[in-house]
Design a protein around this ligand. Sequence first.
Ligand code: ZN
Ligand code: ZN
Length: 452
Amino acid sequence: MKLTDLNPHGGIGANCLLVELGPFRFLIDAGIHPKKVGRDTLPDFDKLAPNSIDALILTHCHLDHLGSLPVALRHQPEAMIILSRPTQELAVRMLRNSCNVMRRQREEQHIPEYPLYSYSELDRLEPMMFALPYGHARTFAKGNEEVQVTLYASGHIVGAAGVKLTYKHRSIFFTGDVLFTDQKTLPGASFPDETFDTLVMETTRGLTARTADKAREDEVARLLQTVGRTLENGGSVLIPAFALGRMQEILAILEEAVSKGDIPKVPVVCSGLGLDLVDYFDNISRKFNAVHFRRTILKKLGVQSLKRFPDPGKSPSRPTLFVVSSGMLVEKTPSYAVASSLLGNPHNAVCFVGYCDPDTPGGQLLETPRDESFVFDALDYVTPVRASIERFDLSGHADREELLEFAHHCEPRAIVLTHGDPEARAWFKEELEQSDQGYSVTDPVPGTCYTV
Ligand SMILES: [Zn+2]
Ligand SMILES: [Zn+2]
């Protein structure tokens, strides 16, 4: 197999791997880099000759995997898009939202190359999609040659898939973004109990050691304690949550807690895309049983949509629970505005339930000591941090120890590291090379073709 990482900046960014197996050429994912702007967000598609790709295999609908798919396929009219059935339900909706955001950024931030694709290009994607049920091998032929593609549920978010390619009795497995632990709305990964010749694995949590006292259920219990205590004391709570997956997971957790009487029933406020995706989750739950989520959760919780952004410094008049995006308090998003209204009041709490990049307002808030000033640049507003700020480890990615265990279990000859910061990849490389299993471990340099 030949493999080229087309993510030009390394780390976690515009995920896109070019995989060549005999006459077959696949792309695994086509993402956009969350911290770059304009064409700099894209994978290096210049490396692809027009009409040279047989299929793009999409592992899931996070934008670092999906966001540049229309651009990737612009000059690949023969390519099919192989994806899971839930991912097929969500992909165009997520791309449409991303296109809307880019159109807004074109105006507000004067980025002339936005949007990177048009709505009409999105309309052309649907007929190219070929959805595979999990666990069913599908054979694709070219001349006399055959390759088999099989998708396996990878936990993480609804529709997420690991990918097995089998060519001439050699097998290659891509973990994609993976979570082995069950979530409330989604079972953990269900990967095949097999050995592979080559394993391509994500390394997101390579710098985070597993801590025995932070089992997922304990973190959920701790979150509910903080939420319950804050609301009972008359405060309001903000849970910044990514719209796809995390918001619905948190709503399901809250609904169960309210129904058991573990936390008081107060108004719950959610925002735009996340609320919209509830219908998609309901649909996916009914059609494929691929996620445990029903629209009725909104009714049971009494969820309202955020009608207007609250004013800085003005807490709601009665205890309110906000579950709004973005998860990292990105400027001009609902969570950023709600944080500006809650931070100055010691009765309130902000509960982070996902990863926050240190460069985002969320990451900066987590580093700000209590009573020190926090600046909301985009609102021209400064407030001392009086609310309690807490972080809960409910990651959507597997622990590094679990991934190492999985790698050993697969007994691969070669291991390729992807989807991790340089230090995280370095940790995996060292651990794997020191394990005396004789793996050949590659941390690919972007744009370089490797034979593995
Ligand atoms: Zn992801
Ligand atoms: Zn990712």
